[in-house]
Design a protein around this ligand. Sequence first.
Ligand code: DC
Length: 220
Amino acid sequence: MSKRIIAIDGPSASGKSTVSRRVAEELGFCCVDSGALYRGVTWLCLRACPKRLDAKGVLGALARVRPEFFLDARAVRFTLDGLDPWPELRSEAVVEHVSAVAAIPGVREWVVERLRGMTVFGDLVMEGRDIGSVVFPGADFKFYLDADESERARRRLLENAAADLSSVKSSISRRDRIDSTRKAAPLRVAEGACVIDTTGLGVEDVVRIILDKVRAGGFQ
Ligand code: DC
């Protein structure tokens, strides 16, 4: 039987991760943070070829890596060459380079193939930038979460008390610019996606909007 897919896309800090986890929990689906895989590839390259974060160096490292995917409390996690990159995925070095690495077409092909393979784990809520447009254009439901930039910066700041508002804001707008202007699978609203402006909404408000829509569409 084909697996049910809910795609949740949107820019940095639009609330996708928390909302996706909660929607998956309510529906008993597995949850996939596709950005974590781009961050993991960046982490790998910073270890394997720190002086060569160009396409050739990055694709060389990817050709050699052995990824393993597994479920941890219904979230898809992975190791790369047996190592757990999770604690490092939000480090400054990864954050600085991830948008450039994610813009390399060969990286995107590698990641997209693995994301599509994750249906082996079951029905999925997958969040990212191109899930509804490229990874699963036939997803059962597509959502695009947005929020104004100041609100997104404030949310990121709550996750990282050591940062300051203006540097968080400039990091978010730099990543948004790279993510939405790159040639390969730029961030955009997928055809047929329901756009939710989450500015001023709490996590549970957004979860409720999504659940109402998917339940009205037959998901229980
Ligand atoms: O969602 P995030 O902040 O963890 O994403 C990290 C980076 O990966 C971000 O620069 C955008 C990129 N990304 C992407 O290009 N496509 C996806 N499906 C998910 C993330």
